[in-house]
Design a protein around this ligand. Structure first.
Ligand code: NAP
Length: 487
């Protein structure tokens, strides 16, 4: 008996769609994509806050097989990226593979059949030979348990759950957090609101973005000469790789990054005391480096204040900081990030021996071989799995590398008949021991506190090398590192 599909993909965000495209381009058409939401798009569907945009330039932040010659800006905004994704789905006929409103709650591997049984919330079951989880690391809003938040009479929401029906015009607003989302929201609402108070715990390192409009002439060149666009993509990629050296141990590149950021801070913030508050006190790169052309300038406005005193508690009217000052606000916006480390899978994944992946990872922290396959969970792959995250380049490059590898994996399973593949535990361990050792020499181990680390202080999020190395590691699949099990 055959399973319903050769491949099942959970999640129709960038990673799931990248996987589907690569399968399709390789002539593999027996696949299904499960998406719990009513629309595709993942993080680019969910994040609709003002100013939401990508900080990786668009010629690179797009599928390698589906370049878009008509990006309007060098760094595209959320609406444009979202419509790019919908357009790719339309033009490549991926729609017929996608099951929307299908919330997968369990995936269970059946040894005797060598396949996964995937069950959705309504109890529908689908069987697939190979299961790819593309759940996305950044979709669980982190709302800290601020004391007495429930007493606050104003409005509050998280940047990832933006409420467009709430009109910010003329309101007193607090933004809590100064990370990647905050630095995009803040400049985009500052001129609307009556007063904006920004509550900063740790200042981020911020560097130049140099966003610009793409001229019609450039768009025409891109359309007529795809090689020109390919050249831009490659150039952006290699410049990013060069700066990546500053994260993985190259002190000269790290120092250059630091001075560029400090020059920018000095040029863009007029008030010396505010500038000092915005100056980071940890090594650049340890937390994600942010890119902005307009964040710092927002603090030159008279209706914006920067508060660095810790939050003590909420009150009925606003937020009380540790210096005893109450900041009266109509709305508090949580720009407080996501629960990302250890992936926090929201589906129960039950492996060959009946073990649960979430429970396993509670012991070890999230880990996989090449961030992709996990011992005890045969024929399963995690797209953007443990330690595949980046601080310097396009994450899509990593997914596409994973899919280069998985294409060969799928071919092997298909050609071998009744077998399934389980990564050898000792191979997975050796890979992760080496990886954790390599992380010790990187900027992420320089002592700051970031969401890259799990509760035990283990970095389960980032890849410790350049993306070219990952591409090399994933270039060739070898069945030797797997237990090839007949069923
Ligand atoms: P984030 O960068 O992790 O920032 C969270 C902010 O909230 C930090 O400033 C953090 O301060 C603060 N915070 C957290 N808990 C707090 C507490 N209890 N009290 C006070 N402050 C608190 O989160 P994000 O802005 O949502 O971005 C998350 C990730 O999404 C990014 O790293 C990036 O990967 C992705 N993203 C990407 C883009 C893009 O352009 N591609 C845009 C937005 C988001 P501390 O630093 O002190 O912890």
């Amino acid at each position: 008996m055959n399973p319903d599909y050769q491949v099942g993909i959970v999640g129709a965000g960038f990673a799931g769609l990248a996987a589907a495209l690569q399968l399709k381009n390789a002539g593999k058409n027996s696949f299904v994509i499960f998406e719990r939401a009513p629309e595709i798009g993942g993080t680019w569907r969910d994040n609709i806050y003002p100013g939401c945009a990508c900080d990786v330039a668009s010629p690179l932040y797009s599928f390698s097989s589906a370049p878009n010659p008509t990006w309007n800006n060098l760094y595209s905004s959320q609406p444009e990226i979202f419509s790019y994704l919908k357009n790719v789905v339309n033009t490549t006929n991926l729609e017929k593979h996608i099951k929307l409103n299908t919330d997968i709650v369990e995936a269970r591997f059946l040894k005797e059949n060598g396949w996964w049984v995937v069950t959705d919330k309504k109890g529908n079951r689908t069987t697939v030979s190979i299961l790819l989880l593309a759940l996305g690391p950044l979709n669980r809003p982190n709302i800290p348990a601020f004391p007495r938040l429930e007493e606050f009479k104003g409005k509050c929401f998280h940047t990832g759950e933006w409420d467009n029906s709430y009109d910010l015009a003329g309101k007193n607003v607090a933004v809590i957090g100064t990370g990647a989302s905050a630095i995009q929201v803040i400049p985009n609402i500052a001129s609307l609101v009556r007063h904006l108070v920004v509550l900063q715990r740790t200042p981020p390192w911020i560097t130049y973005r140099f966003d610009k409009k793409i001229s019609n002439f450039s768009k025409t060149i891109n359309r007529r000469f795809p090689i020109a666009q390919r050249f831009k993509r490659e150039t952006i990629y290699w410049v990013n790789e060069l700066f990546g050296l500053g994260f993985i141990g190259n002190k000269t590149v790290n120092t250059v990054m630091k001075w560029l950021a400090l020059i920018k801070l000095k040029r863009e913030v007029k008030d010396v005391a505010t500038r000092e508050k915005l100056r980071p006190g940890y090594q650049i790169g340890c937390k994600r480096i942010l890119k902005s052309d307009d964040y710092y300038q927002t603090f030159n406005r008279s209706n914006v204040s920067l508060v660095t005193e810790p939050i003590d508690r909420f009150t009925e009217q606003g937020i009380l900081t540790a210096d005893g000052k109450e900041h009266g606000v109509d709305i508090a916006i949580f720009a407080t990030g996501f629960i990302a480390a250890d992936l926090h899978l929201y589906i129960n994944v039950i492996g060959a021996a009946g073990r649960n992946l979430i429970e396993d990872w509670k012991v070890t922290g999230a880990e996989a071989y090449l961030g992709t396959t996990v011992a005890g969970y045969p024929n399963l792959a995690l797209l953007l799995g443990p330690n595949t995250g980046l601080g310097h380049n396009s994450i899509l490059h990593m997914v596409e590398s994973q899919m280069n590898y998985l294409g060969q994996y799928i071919d092997f399973v298909e050609k071998s008949g009744n077998v399934y593949l389980d990564i050898k535990p000792e191979v997975q361990k050796a890979y992760n021991d080496k990886l954790q050792n390599e992380l010790k020499g990187t900027v992420w181990a320089s002592g700051c506190k970031s969401w890259y680390m799990n509760a035990n202080g283990k970095n389960t999020t980032l890849y410790p090398k350049l993306t070219v190395t990952f591409r090399k590691q994933t270039k060739r699949f070898s069945s030797q590192v797997y237990n090839v099990v007949e069923f």
